[in-house]
Design a protein around this ligand. Structure first.
Ligand code: SF4
Length: 385
């Protein structure tokens, strides 16, 4: 096969995104783009077609990284064997893979403990293909502690408990699922392609299969009219599923998402930071009887330092949005500007004189007041999408 023939292996690939918690992971592309691609808030893969990469290509990517890692580990014989194998299988590709070498170098220096399978829904491939990939990863890198992926609820709900258990057995030990909301009206409106019941079934299946479930909640997604439902129904969903991790990732409306048109048409209004703080407070107060770890590790979040273990840290976490809501309006705006411009991570940073003075200068320079604060925040969060 030549490089120009359709379907020929072109070398190591990476997709555009990963969860924040996978910053140190090896990113391995199993599928390209998103098979659903309709969520109105999501700009990531719009205009791109979904495809499954041939399993042999994914295995070749693993070997390209393995070659570079073995060289870094001075395992020259094993590296040479992989190089010969690559020359036999892909004679159209000259030399070693520069991107794979670069990725391997970074992964090697990050400890090589985890792998994240890309893109948006890796479990859309046949379970037996996934198991081959997982086994190959384990075979080449037996020290890996964690293999994770994004998956859609609808896909998870369709898999049998046996298929999920077999993938867990082969090494897939964490799944990131974008619930976004537990409110059916919100899910319908943003075209998530799943209901609360489907999310619950998917989440329970992941947990029952012995994998860790990392479930995402998007404060703000209900807009100004459905923020209460977004908080209450999502908390109820989390209470039903008891995921290992609840991760907050607040809504930001990208200009490249269909939701931007909804905003322009006046059918959707992004809630202000003050309403989002009320929503987060209501959500946290409504979590009961679960043992999840809560994380807010996203730059878009109003309280990036909001994290803790349920149930023991619930009151401490609740205190954060409550403290923000108790601030005087000009202090709230100072925090918002400081937070959105990366000066503050959390409310405690307002006590640091240097950070506070940077935020105060920003407030002055931008001439922030009660009329323009929401526009300033909207404009700023878009920088981080
Ligand atoms: S499933 Fe995920 S990647 Fe696909 S459109 Fe929805 S949010 Fe975006």
């Amino acid at each position: 096969m030549t490089a120009s023939e359709p379907g020929a292996y072109q070398g190591f690939e990476q997709g555009p995104i990963r969860p924040p918690s996978e910053a140190a992971s090896l990113l391995l592309r199993v599928t390209r783009n998103c098979p659903w691609n309709r969520c109105r808030f999501c700009p990531v893969y719009k205009g791109e077609r979904f495809s499954r990469r041939p399993v042999e290509h994914v295995l070749a990517d693993i070997d390209a990284v393995a070659y570079a890692v073995f060289r870094l580990q001075h395992r020259e014989e094993e590296a040479s064997a992989l190089a010969r194998e690559r020359e036999r299988s892909f004679p159209h590709l000259p030399g070693q893979d520069a991107l794979a070498a670069n990725v391997a170098w970074n992964w090697h220096h990050s400890g090589m403990s985890s792998v994240f399978l890309q893109d948006a829904n890796s479990l859309a491939i046949r379970p037996e293909d996934m198991i081959r990939i997982l086994r190959h990863l384990r075979d080449r890198f037996p020290w890996i502690e964690r293999i994770t992926t994004y998956a859609r609820s609808r896909t998870l709900a369709r898999l049998t408990p046996e298929q999920l258990a077999a993938m867990a057995e082969a090494g897939l030990n964490r799944v990131h699922v974008g619930f976004e909301s537990g409110a059916d009206e919100v899910l319908r409106r943003i075209e998530k392609g799943a209901t609360k019941a489907v999310h619950a079934e998917a989440g329970r299946k992941v947990v029952a299969a012995g994998m860790e479930l990392s479930a995402y909640y998007m404060p703000g997604l209900g807009g100004e009219d459905l923020w209460r439902a977004n908080a209450l129904e999502t908390a109820d969903l989390m209470n039903q599923v008891n995921p290992h991790f609840i991760r907050l990732r607040s809504l930001a409306v990208s200009d490249y998402s269909p939701l931007a048109q909804d905003v322009a048409d006046g059918v959707f209004r992004r809630p202000s930071d003050v309403i989002q703080a009320q929503e987060i407070l209501l959500f946290l107060e409504s979590l009961h009887g679960i043992t999840s770890a809560v994380r807010s590790d996203h730059i878009l979040n109003l309280f990036q330092d909001l994290e803790g273990q349920l149930p023991e840290d619930q009151e401490r976490m609740i205190a954060m949005p409550r403290a923000f809501l108790a601030l005087a309006p000009e202090q709230q705006r100072l925090y918002q500007v400081g937070r959105r411009f990366g000066v503050f991570m959390g409310l405690g940073d307002m006590e640091e004189a240097q950070r506070r003075s940077v935020a105060e200068r920003l407030v002055q320079r931008l001439q922030v007041d009660e009329h323009n604060i929401d526009q300033i925040v909207d404009r700023q969060v878009k920088q981080f999408i």
